[in-house]
Design a protein around this ligand. Structure first.
Ligand SMILES: [Zn+2]
Length: 151
């Protein structure tokens, strides 16, 4: 289950960010999930809820998913088109000389924390990280989830 590996990676990453920033509670994490990525958002959220419930830091933390539409670029006519609708064949010129430009990502987009240094009753939300360059998939290939299971 690919999603479980990703969830472990996100939890790990969020815990590190929280420690670095002296944060004791995370409100939500937003993931960018490509339309043609192998990640199924519903499974991801299910896995996340299971994992988050076991952690003080992540308890009640919501995993949000931003879907990224898949776009393919045609090298022959230099145009982009919807990947899901047309696949690998360019609808403009019929060429198969195409590649995906976006839509297979699964990145952490945002980590939202509750700032407990504020006055009681004045809690505000704050974004402490915005880094779309984090590629979760590369670290956790499918099949490796058995080894990292905690219990
Ligand atoms: Zn074309």
């Amino acid at each position: 289950m690919h999603e479980l590996g990703i969830v472990f990676y996100i939890a790990d990453k969020v815990e590190k960010v929280a420690a670095e920033n002296n944060v004791s509670q995370i409100k939500s994490v937003t993931m960018e999930i490509g339309e043609v990525s192998t990640v199924i958002p519903e499974y991801l959220v299910d896995c996340w809820n299971w994992k988050a419930a076991k952690s003080d830091l992540l308890k009640g933390c919501e995993l949000k998913v931003d879907l990224v539409p898949a776009v393919t670029f045609c090298e022959d006519c230099q145009q982009t088109y919807e990947t899901v609708k047309y696949g690998k064949t360019c609808p403009n010129c019929g060429s198969g000389n195409t590649y995906l430009v976006q839509g297979d990502e699964h990145n952490i987009k945002e980590i939202e924390v509750l700032d407990e240094n504020m006055q009681p009753g004045e809690k505000r939300e704050e974004y402490i990280e915005r880094d779309s360059s984090i590629e979760t998939g590369a670290y956790m290939p499918m099949g490796d989830t058995e080894d990292i299971r905690e219990d």
